[in-house]
Design a protein around this ligand. Structure first.
Ligand code: ARG
Length: 584
């Protein structure tokens, strides 16, 4: 097992159970056992610490230091650690043995997965992310959902799960009435069978339609008529709808290509055929209440400001279906047809209540037996002055423009710093660094908080940024080039135990990878990984500044540390959806 933290936790739990009986370790394993070993808060006192004694002492009414002593007496870690030491009120400090550190690193050197085991059992995980709305702007909120969702998907995939990446695009609803009516006026040829049209900027098209809709009763009435025709399956209306979706999709796909995102579209319309079955089942279960002509589900525990129960409206009084209907249908489909064990929804925090209600209603319907559902909320992207991100002219920022600008700015930096690289190479570097910087800036935030979007900050070569991490990777590759070293030919068994403090720090930082991935997965927190990679890069930088690599007597061991650092960075960045480059 390469997850040292987990290994120490299980040893600590075993010791607690041995010293105080199964109860002590078992009952509150979460609080006292599993969470009780953490990385050391102060590296001077060791690598890890066990904090279980304090909590246990309270429950057992004993002195914490006595409890700690009993845990230590029962703790079997001699294969991994130097003799544990008790400090302060009852902390147990654990220091890894040099030989154990080297053994772990050697095993990792020879492993493509860097010692990361797959989770067992593997689960089927539906991840609903990105999910923009047809004909509307793909805005920065969708950018966050796309980047975070992709990272969560990559993590789950790497850890061995089967991931179903789902793009729940808003491709159905009353807005299509005005869009189709407008399409008939502006581009009637689009409705002919097999015609190929380009409507230009589809968002501008939407704005025009909306302007007409707001301006005149005649157009409004026609729009309503088109909604009815669309919903009743009228062939011409459907053709118009398809044209509009296709146009939008082309713009979305361009963004996904730029961002290197894989995702499968199963939009709202996909679930239309399953709505009757869903409603029938809810009715049969007695979960549907009629209210003012609308059909509602009242999941338990949701109230409005006046204390009245809050409904999910699954059928409007005019007979139409909406966002709630589709999400109830989709969740049922994902469990029944796609056999999901876990369903993750990545949207802005504003939709938290919507999903909490959907989960509660689905649970009440008995659909979530053995299924975990999670909403992964995130905060807003702000512009300078902490206001909503806008262009200078005051418009919403188009994603395409934002990504292009990131790449252009990265290009300017590369042109200045690396004029010797070929044109093609510079373009490559600019793309990797520019797009990587945008992704990293987003993922490195605590995702719940709002963050201020700043090109200058995200492209800085210093600090917690993609360029800094990519640069650390490149630096290692250039060491190899300089010494004509082929990392793939290093012999893992030639790695010796660590000697200098910098070697030691780097070794310990490298060892943490499995526990960090574990935390990032369980907390659905990409910033756990970014924090780690940043820390690793800094630790590497200190190592490299103070420890000569090429030509030193310890060259072999240090090269192995360099190689592991680069591979850890590359793997970590790839899980963030960021590619590395070999030189810059
Ligand atoms: N289209 C929605 C929006 O733009 C997001 C959809 C999220 N997924 C879902 N199953 N409701 O806000």
């Amino acid at each position: 097992m390469s997850n040292v933290l987990e290994l120490l936790r299980s040893r600590a739990v075993a010791a607690i159970e041995k010293a105080f009986g199964e109860e002590a370790g078992g009952a509150d394993l979460g609080a006292v056992g599993a969470a009780s070993v953490t990385p050391a808060t102060d590296p001077r006192f060791g690598h890890y610490q066990c904090n279980a004694a304090m909590g246990l002492a309270k429950r057992l009414r004993e002195r914490p230091r006595d409890v700690a002593a009993k845990i230590v007496a029962a703790l079997e870690v001699a294969d991994l650690c130097l003799p544990p030491e008790i400090a302060g009120p009852g902390f147990i400090n654990l220091t890894l043995r040099p030989e154990a550190i080297a053994a772990q690193l050697r095993a990792r050197l020879g492993d493509e997965r860097l010692g990361i085991e797959r989770d067992s059992p593997a689960r089927r995980v539906v991840i609903d992310f990105s999910s923009p709305n047809i004909a509307k702007e793909l805005h920065v909120g969708h950018l966050r959902s796309t980047i975070i969702g992709d990272c969560v998907a990559r993590l789950h995939e790497f850890l061995g799960h089967t991931v179903l990446r789902r793009n729940h695009v808003g491709d159905w609803g009353t807005q299509f009435g005005m869009l189709i009516a407008h399409l008939k006026d502006r581009c009637p040829e689009a409705l002919r069978e097999g015609s190929q049209v380009d409507l230009g900027d589809i968002v501008e098209f939407y704005r025009e339609a909306k302007r007409r809709f707001d301006a005149g009763e005649e157009f409004k009435a026609r729009s309503r008529g088109e909604v009815v025709r669309l919903q009743s399956g009228d062939a011409e209306a459907l053709r118009g709808w398809r044209v509009l979706c296709e146009q939008s999709r082309r713009q979305f796909d361009e963004i996904y290509r730029l961002l290197d995102i894989r995702i499968e579209e199963k939009g709202e319309s996909f679930y239309n055929p399953f709505i009757p079955g869903t409603l029938a089942e809810l009715k049969r279960l007695g979960l549907i209440v009629e209210s003012g002509g609308a059909l509602c589900v009242y999941p338990e525990g949701f109230k409005n400001k006046d204390g009245e129960p809050l409904p999910l409206i699954v059928q409007k009084s005019d007979g139409g279906f909406n966002y709630d209907t589709t999400d109830m249908t989709a969740i049922r489909y994902r469990v029944r047809e796609e056999r999901a064990d876990k369903i993750i929804y990545v949207t802005d925090a504003g939709q938290a209540q919507h999903f909490a209600m959907i989960f509660a209603a689905a649970r009440a319907a008995g659909w979530l037996e053995g299924v975990e559902t999670v909403h992964v909320p995130f905060g807003m992207v702000l512009g300078e002055g902490k206001k909503k991100l806008k262009t200078r002219a005051g418009d919403t920022v188009r994603l395409r423009d934002l990504l292009d600008e990131a790449a252009a700015r990265a290009r300017a930096i590369v042109d200045e710093k690396n004029p010797e690289l070929s044109e093609e190479r510079r373009a490559q570097v600019a793309h990797a660094v520019g797009i990587g910087a945008v992704k990293y800036a987003d993922l490195s935030q605590n995702r719940i908080s709002d963050y201020v979007f700043s090109f200058d900050k995200m492209l800085a070569l210093q600090g917690n940024t993609a360029p800094y991490l990519i640069y650390a990777y490149v630096r290692v590759q250039s060491i190899a080039r300089k010494g004509s070293v082929d990392f793939s030919r290093l012999d893992p068994s030639a790695m010796q135990t660590m000697e200098t403090p910098e070697e030691n720090d780097l070794a310990i930082a490298l060892l943490r990878l499995p526990e960090v991935l574990d935390a990032a997965e369980h907390e659905l927190a990409p910033n756990r990984l970014t924090d780690y990679l940043f820390d690793l890069s800094q630790t590497f930088s200190r190592f490299y500044t103070n420890n000569k690599v090429l030509g030193d007597a310890r060259q072999t061991t240090r090269l192995a540390l360099c190689d592991l650092t680069a591979r850890t960075l590359k793997l970590g960045l790839s899980l963030l959806g960021i590619g590395v480059i070999e030189e810059m």
